[in-house]
Design a protein around this ligand. Sequence first.
Ligand SMILES: [Fe+2]
Ligand SMILES: [Fe+2]
Length: 166
Amino acid sequence: MNKREQIVDWLNDAYAMERALQVTLEKQANSAEAHRAIRERAAIHLDETRAHAERVGECLEMLGSSRSTIKTAASQVLETGKKYMTMFARDERVKDYLAATGAEHFEVACYKALIAAAHAAGEERIIPLLTQNLHEDAATARWMDDNIEAVIRDYLNEAANRPAAA
Ligand SMILES: [Fe+2]
Ligand SMILES: [Fe+2]
C-alpha cells in the first residue's frame, strides 16, 4: 500500500466516523432527556459534522478516489465504547455525554494523524479541509470538557431527589 492509498483508507475511516457521529448528534439534538444547552450545542455540531463528511469526501475526490467504499471500522469502535459505558440505564445521560466527549477527542486525534500523513505523503492540498474539521471538532471537545462539571452536578442533584429504585 503506497502513501496515497493509506491516506485514502484513513479518509474512508474518517468519513464513516463522521456519518456515525451524525446519527449520535441527531439523537442528542432531539433528546428530551438532554439539557437545553447540550441539545443546542448538538444541533450546531450536527450541521458542522455534516460539513465534515462532505469535506472528507472532497479530500477523497482530490486524491482521485470516491466515497463509495465506506468502511465501518471507526464507527464500530465508537459504538463498542458506548456499549460498555451505557450498561446501566439510570445514568445513561451521563454515559452518553462521556462517550460523546471521547468521540470528539478521537476525531481531533484522527484529523491530526491525517494532516501528518498528508504532509508525509506530499498531499498538502487536502490539509486546509482537514484543518477546518480539526478546529471545529477541537472546539466541540473543549466545550464538552468545560461542561462535564455541570452535567455531573445536575445529574447528582436530580438523582438525589428521585425516589430510590426497588
Ligand atoms: Fe467531525
Ligand atoms: Fe465532531
